[in-house]
Design a protein around this ligand. Sequence first.
Ligand code: SF4
Length: 368
Amino acid sequence: MPLKNDSLAEILSQRGVSRRDFLKFCGAMAGVLALPQRYTTRIAEALQTAQRPPLVWLEYQDCAGNTESFLRASKPTAAEIVLDVLSVDYHETIMSAAGHQAEDALDETIAAHKGEYLVVVEGSIPTKDGGIYCTVGGYAAVDRLKQVAGGAAAIIAVGTCATYGGLPAAAPNPTGAASVSDIVKGVPIINLPGCPMNVQNLTAVIVHYLTFGAWPATDQFGRPLFAYGSRIHDDCERRAHFDAGQFVEDWGDEAHRKGWCLYKMGCKGPEAFHNCPIVRWNDGTSWPIGAGHGCVGCSEPYFWDSMSPFYERLPNVQLLGVEAEVDKIGAGIVGAVAGTFAIHGVISAARAKAQPIERHEVSAPEEE
Ligand code: SF4
């Protein structure tokens, strides 16, 4: 493990983070990673002895939403502890250095820690016209990314722009915006899509790496299975209303006020894989569907094109009968709850069969 000197235990002690809060954090991370709670101790032991890997955070065609997500976590949780676990040596938005001084910091880190440092990338990378649409410190983003990535231990692409190209890559993609995976080859890449990514998942990925010495198992899009292994629809708090045929028909109607299902208002939860309903946002306070807005599928590839119009049911996606069944259920043709459960079970099984999650086992912790 790469490294800077002070251990996490020393740093936390200096910052006045209590042992109790630290163990609560480790327990929460075990939960996000879908590990049994008995892993809490192992995570705590690993983090206390881990040396701080250097990390550089690159921003290209982005809105800084992932940086905001990273910094907005409160309590001694995600962002604070990640900042303690890591040595963030370069981050344009939060570092005090600027100009040549900042670029020198990046050059020094990648030279001194070759093969050891982690890279977080936020934003897409323009490739048209020699990459001139995004330059930092005189470098085209595409060139600087290749240079920095070449000596990295791994890259974590955060947000939909870095993982799939995001909004800049939406048709007609005027800058030739590309994802990290399109540009970088031969380096492990973990994708954390979402608009923005959830800092709990970024923290959990790093905790997994520091605890087990390996990256979490991922799906065919390089997304960790612990965070993107199940559909939003399957964990949604409004799911009982879907099964019961209780749908919002108009914004602000009685059904909307009662918290019924948003499927007819364009919710893409049945097509989106993410742990939003479980981890939620703002320290677990709420999440889009909980606040009354349908899922827009922001963790899915090219969602700006593939999931829009956002306020209509998907026009071109085969939902294997859900469209038809939803109308029947809403019209009361299928009234019994038991009946709708059975129907939805068949639909879900059919869709699961039609859309298997291809699992690329990068690594997984052994059972204790
Ligand atoms: S369609 Fe959307 S709101 Fe309805 S249960 Fe599924 S995820 Fe939840």
